[in-house]
Design a protein around this ligand. Structure first.
Ligand SMILES: Nc1ncnc2c1ncn2[C@@H]1O[C@H](COP(=O)(O)OP(=O)(O)OP(=O)(O)O)[C@@H](O)[C@H]1O
Ligand SMILES: [Mg+2]
Length: 366
């Protein structure tokens, strides 16, 4: 073992998930679009609402946080608040979080209504003459049971009920291929500037990872081969989060075997743990019924759709229509294969199979 004070990390902090990187390249046009949308705050005007979307780990949250920090340096006219919808996944939870960050007091978790809290938030904004910009991060988690619509509707129509209120929304969608849509009533007040975060090219991934390595490790700790290996793993999913997690775990693996350099084997071993990150994140954003269905599919590979429906109905009590909606949605998001096969004597039967390794799926569902 290395001694307590011996380490490969010169600054391991830059490999933590909540670290906001100083070096943030390859997102210029997206950063400009965000700045442009927020600029009206400086003039006491309502900013343009935004819809930020792209696959996981493409820098959406980071870009919004960086622009928030920039604009905060320029003006006191605004309150810029990010809500993580994975943690706060109802209308009440979202407004509680906004209240807490705005007023710096944690509201009680019960005994106070949404409306009352909302009115307090509005009063605070009006009294301080501030514009509220809310980033609803990972709004995917709100799409079940109409929560997203409720939240958006309340925030974006506030000025009708409370004249003078200025609230705008940045909705951040981690696009994992699962279809989503807002209620038409929301659509009529939410005509956002759409800002796309496409997957990074492999050369961009290499540049970002390389820069992070320079900050995180002492010189010559990461060989070119190990670095290439990390980059090629990231390129499989395009999720940079995996790359940063890989760097941390590989470093720890190397330290564990008392090595002063990270080998390709350290990276390969780390990948066993990191690769689930991506899948688990997708699965966590599913609703309970969707998770139930995926669990059934993972437990029994290649089920006939009729049998699957029976088991699903027994557990959830849901009927055919909902069942097929969920099948279609999960098929579209490439979590399951649901293809018709020509097999069998009695014509075409639809079989359902998991796309990912069932063991991995079950682990993420735990
Ligand atoms: N251009 C970049 N330069 C440096 N680091 C980056 C860049 N893009 C992303 N990262 C890093 O990758 C990780 C993932 O980024 P981020 O959390 O912003 O992704 P995201 O698009 O919000 O993902 P998700 O949809 O899963 O929420 C973070 O650790 C971030 O620091
Ligand atoms: Mg994010």
């Amino acid at each position: 073992m290395l001694l307590w004070d011996e380490t490969l990390f010169s600054n391991g902090e830059v490999l933590e998930f909540d670290y906001l990187p100083e070096y943030f390249e390859h997102r210029d046009s997206q950063m400009q679009a965000l700045r442009f949308s927020l600029k009206p705050v400086l003039r006491g005007m309502r900013p343009v609402n935004c819809l930020v979307k792209g696959p996981p780990g493409t820098g959406k949250t980071t870009a919004v946080m960086k622009v928030f920090n920039e604009v905060k340096d320029y003006t006191d006219n605004g309150a810029f608040i990010k809500v993580n919808c994975q943690m706060d996944s109802s209308r009440f939870a979202v407004i509680s979080r906004i209240y807490e960050k705005l007023v710096h007091i944690t509201p009680p978790s019960s005994g106070v209504s949404f409306r009352r809290l909302f009115e307090k938030v509005i009063k605070h904004l009006v009294d301080s003459n501030k514009t509220l910009v809310v980033a609803l991060d990972d709004i995917n988690y709100l799409f079940h049971e109409g929560h997203a619509d409720e939240v958006m509707y309340s925030l974006l129509r506030a000025h009708e009920q409370y004249p003078g209120t200025r609230i705008s929304v940045i909705a951040i969608i981690s696009d994992v291929g699962i279809p989503y849509s807002f209620d038409p009533r929301v659509g009529s007040v939410f005509l956002p500037e759409e800002i796309d975060f496409p997957r990074y090219e492999i050369t961009e991934i290499a540049d970002i990872i390389n820069n992070r390595v320079q900050h995180a490790f002492f010189r010559d700790v990461v060989s070119d081969e190990a670095l290439d290996r990390v980059v090629s793993y990231v390129d499989r999913t395009g999720d940079l989060r995996i790359g940063i997690d890989l760097l941390k775990r590989s470093g720890l693996n190397a330290e564990r075997r008392a090595s002063r350099t990270i080998s390709v084997e350290d990276v390969d071993k780390a990948y066993e743990a990191s690769r689930l990150l991506h899948l688990c994140r997708n699965i966590r954003s599913l609703s309970d019924n969707e998770k139930t269905l995926l669990g059934l599919v993972a437990k029994d590979n290649n089920l006939q759709i009729g049998e699957l429906y029976k088991s699903f109905h027994e557990i959830t009590g849901l009927g055919y229509t909902r069942f097929y909606e969920i099948i279609d949605k999960m098929h579209a998001s490439r979590l399951i294969d649901a293809d018709f096969s020509g097999k069998g004597m009695r014509g075409r039967t639809r079989y359902v199979a998991p796309v990912y390794d069932p063991k991995d799926i079950l682990k993420c569902l735990e």
